[in-house]
Design a protein around this ligand. Structure first.
Ligand SMILES: C[S@@+](CC[C@H](N)C(=O)[O-])C[C@H]1O[C@@H](n2cnc3c(N)ncnc32)[C@H](O)[C@@H]1O
Length: 340
């Protein structure tokens, strides 16, 4: 073989080596950017959801059509809901919400909160069956609320009576620390540290936007593995309309053109977090929903892209290739160490 061919071959090898290096490096950049995007999406969940709701509330004709379509499209729900979540690893099986007390007892849960208490009927029922409860937080404004076309919206004198009744009902639970926050749900949320509760029951406002704010505001307060649940898993057409309530009117006066109310907000939330909604087994009116908060390592897995590519690329080329050394070596440390 002449020196000319050897030189050409050598030149070809060098060029292909540079090209492969460059594509691998770009690939690792793409994966890393995508991972960062997923993380920021997760951490900005609250902002994103509220922004979406605000845009869906604008009364322009195209959005009206789009969301009405969603509201009546049954397929939209089917991939999210599963009666009792029996197939999942950690099911929450209940026939009605009256089973929650026993369920929490069996789970060994200790601390719970109810958003929207009224006269404390459900709180009393839950605690009667949840014998080892240590703390139960009652959150309710117990005052007339604006833009709340709901049977629970009463005059102040009636709210005061409901408050007294709730206090009287719950005074029987001597072993439970009953903590009352008489304020808006959003104000009460900031009183508690993150990952504090084993159980959170959402039953305050019923409009899409109001429920979305409660879901996003209280979700961080739930421990991994805890139960996030709530009442009235219905759209405007599945009960509120028939009982003279208007749950499409939102707390800021805007209209929810999706008309999906609590159901729409819970589904959007579950879809965003890629979680299953466990619904009641019995087909009753005003059903409850429940979602299990994934354990920490499951959240990590969902959040972070599998680091295999970045890890391998950086492991092989990180130290040798001086131009890319810093970023690849940093990636190696970041990904390989965290996931090994
Ligand atoms: C449907 S009732 C709760 C019923 C109770 N969970 C039960 O099942 O016995 C809703 C309550 O939530 C309260 N509420 C509604 N929106 C609220 C908000 N944003 N902040 C605080 N309380 C609110 C109302 O005052 C009302 O008493």
């Amino acid at each position: 073989m002449s020196i000319k061919y050897i030189f050409r071959l050598f030149f070809l090898i060098v060029i292909s080596w540079f090209v492969s290096q460059y594509s691998l490096f770009s690939l690792s950049k793409v994966f890393s950017a995508h991972r960062k995007f997923r993380e920021s999406q997760y951490h900005n969940a609250h902002r994103t959801s509220v922004q979406h709701v605000v845009s869906s509330s604008k009364p322009n004709s195209s959005s009206k059509f789009k969301y009405q379509y969603h509201a009546t499209n049954r397929d939209y729900q089917d991939d999210l809901e599963e009666n009792g979540c029996k197939k999942s690893n950690n099911p929450i099986v209940f026939n009605t919400r009256n089973d929650f007390g026993e369920l929490l007892e069996n789970e060994g849960a200790k601390i719970g909160v109810e958003l929207g208490v009224q006269e404390g009927i459900f709180a009393e029922h839950t605690l009667k069956h949840w014998h080892s409860a240590e703390k139960y937080v009652l959150v309710d404004a117990w005052k007339p609320l604006e833009n709340y076309e709901d049977l629970s919206n009463k005059k102040q004198t009636e709210h005061d009576k409901l408050y007294d009744k709730a206090m009287w009902r719950l005074s029987q639970f001597h072993n439970v620390d009953i903590d009352v926050c008489r304020n808006f749900t959003s104000k009460c949320a900031i009183r508690f540290p993150n990952e504090y509760f084993d159980y959170i029951y959402v039953d305050a406002r019923h409009d899409f936007k109001g429920v979305t704010i409660d879901l996003n505001g209280w979700w961080p307060k739930l421990k991994p593995g805890g139960i996030f649940a709530g009442h009235d898993y219905v759209t405007q057409f599945e009960g509120p309309e028939q009982t003279g309530q208007n749950w499409t009117k939102q707390f800021d006066g805007s209209i929810d053109y999706t008309r999906t109310a609590v159901k729409g907000a819970v589904q959007k939330f579950a879809k965003f977090h890629k979680l299953k909604i466990c619904t009641q087994n019995k087909n009753t009116s005003w059903p409850s929903w429940a979602i299990r908060k994934p354990s920490k390592n499951v959240i990590d897995k969902k959040l972070k892209l599998k680091p295999f590519n970045t890890c391998v690329v950086s492991f092989i080329f990180g130290k040798k290739f001086s131009v890319y050394k810093n970023s690849l070596a940093a990636n190696k440390e970041k990904y390989c160490a965290r996931h090994s």
